[in-house]
Write a protein of this length. Structure first.
Length: 165
């Protein structure tokens, strides 16, 4: 039996196209003012604006478990949005910043932040984004996303952030 060639970028491309078709049909005159927030954001992307971006930061972040750098299942939903954006805007490049919470040494957290950023990069590359479009930068615990000292705060700082260039 002949095995078909699997192209993960094609799957993302087709997913994006089908989503656009669904959004365009949802935006017909038969349903005025009945848009969900996600539909409105996607329509703005179709009009050439990055609605998932704020000051060149992609709004959604990828979160990690304590002392881990593997991609969690819910992070794949966020990364799929990044994939769609990068497929719509092929000239955009991305810096993935890896962050860690304040516990542990500076050196350990810089290494962990780099592993987290690289995990995100590997996911994006495995799904069709050219590696040359993605750079990684570890901020470790040096630049917390949220300040404070509690488990809830630490969980928000165990993240990767995408910055568009």
């Amino acid at each position: 039996m002949m095995r078909e060639h699997y192209n993960p970028f094609l799957r993302i491309y087709l997913f994006g196209i089908s989503g656009m078709v669904a959004l365009l049909s949802a935006c017909s005159d038969s349903q005025p003012n009945n848009y969900s927030t996600n539909q409105l954001e996607s329509v703005q992307i179709l009009e050439g604006r990055c609605s998932d971006c704020e000051d060149n930061n992609i709004k959604d972040r990828v979160f990690f478990d304590f002392d881990r750098y593997d991609i969690r299942p819910e992070a794949r939903l966020v990364l799929n949005k990044w994939l769609v954006h990068l497929s719509i805007y092929p000239k955009d490049s991305l810096i993935v910043e890896g962050h860690a919470d304040e516990r542990g040494t500076r050196e350990y957290n810089l290494a962990l932040g780099e592993k987290r950023a690289n995990a995100v990069k590997e996911f994006l590359v495995a799904n069709g984004v050219q590696a040359s479009r993605i750079k990684v930068n570890s901020l470790g615990k040096e630049h917390p996303l949220v300040t404070g000292s509690s488990e809830a705060i630490w969980a928000q700082n165990r993240a990767a952030v995408g910055r568009l260039q």
